[in-house]
Ligand binder design. Structure first.
Ligand SMILES: Cc1cc2nc3c(=O)[nH]c(=O)nc-3n(C[C@H](O)[C@H](O)[C@H](O)COP(=O)(O)OP(=O)(O)OC[C@H]3O[C@@H](n4cnc5c(N)ncnc54)[C@H](O)[C@@H]3O)c2cc1C
Length: 268
């Protein structure tokens, strides 16, 4: 196995309450949708989507939810972490002319990067960004700078429309011709996006999460029922039609121990 490379944290941006972007001093060649494994010595190693690609490094947007992410978010510029990657599949824009990106919580991380790449190619992009509440919303200014339409939805109605990003998606698909939809966020949201797009016959890719140990297909911990595909290699970005063949998609996932856990609504 490739050993983690030790890199310096160059800057940290507060994106929203409990969500930070952490930039690492390492130039990488990656596609939006791919992830890296971040190693904090004496703690653990966890996957994170690539959220920013800059001239001399890249950034990750981290929601502080548990021991690892809290430790990562408490680090300061100058501190060092290990990383491996990039790994996994990226999104495929194909020949799409107009696309919708549906992001829930930190799920917008990989989509904002994809939006930047798409707009440089002349693709028209509509973002639908969801958060539990206004203080948890990320990337409003980043998307504004792109001059892209951004439909914001919050669960509590504290900002944008009150309700689900999937209601906004259904509305757009009724009114406009959309070539492809990309989605990343809580799995129950992804399942609904996939259902809507398949019903409306619109191409769609979703980025799904599973517990990763190795991150490059060796350990098999992230294999999903019944296909046995390794989400860290054949994913995280997969076609919605393939996702629908995964019986555990939108239903359950496996914990670190391998035990099945039913999915609840994660309001990240
Ligand atoms: C391909 C891939 C890409 C990922 N990209 C990112 C990313 O860009 N940014 C990021 O922050 N994380 C990302 N993750 C998740 C990340 O790898 C960790 O699982 C996450 O940081 C939690 O780890 P932890 O040890 O801090 O908390 P854990 O101990 O794993 O979890 C602590 C508690 O928080 C809950 N929890 C876990 N995740 C969430 C969540 N999203 N919202 C609410 N509660 C949650 C758990 O159920 C548990 O109860 C990604 C995962 C995968 C597989």
């Amino acid at each position: 196995m490739e050993a983690p490379e030790i890199v310096k944290i160059t800057k940290i941006i507060d994106e929203a309450e409990g969500i930070k972007s952490i930039f690492l001093e390492k130039k990488i060649d990656a596609s939006p949708g791919q992830f890296v494994m971040v190693w904090i010595p004496r703690m653990d190693e966890k996957p994170f989507a690539i959220a920013y690609m800059e001239k001399d490094g890249f950034g990750i947007t981290v929601a502080a939810v548990g021991p690892f992410s809290n430790k990562f978010c408490s680090m300061k510029p100058g501190d060092k972490v290990g990383f491996r990657g990039p790994y996994g599949t990226g999104y495929n824009l194909g020949n799409a002319k107009k696309v919708v990106m549906v992001g829930g919580g930190y799920g917008s991380a990989s989509l904002a990067l994809l939006g930047e790449v798409a707009m440089k190619r002349g693709v028209e992009v509509v973002f639908i960004t969801g958060a539990r509440t206004k203080s948890r919303l990320i990337y409003e200014d980043r998307i504004k700078k792109l001059n892209a339409k951004n439909i914001i939805a919050t669960d509590d109605g504290s900002y944008g429309i009150k309700g689900r990003v999937t209601d906004a998606l259904e509305d757009i698909l009724k009114k406009e011709k959309i070539d492809k939809v990309f989605a990343c966020g809580p799995e129950l949201m992804l399942k609904k996006v996939a259902d809507i797009c398949i019903e409306k016959n619109v191409d769609c890719e979703v980025s799904i999460e599973r517990y990763y140990k190795c991150g490059f297909g060796l350990c098999g911990h992230c294999c999903v029922d019944p296909l046995g595909i390794r989400v860290c290699v054949e994913g995280p970005v997969i076609d919605a039609k393939l996702a629908q063949q995964i019986t555990e998609f939108g239903n359950y996932h496996r914990l670190k121990s391998g035990r099945k856990e039913k999915l609840g609504v994660v309001n990240e």
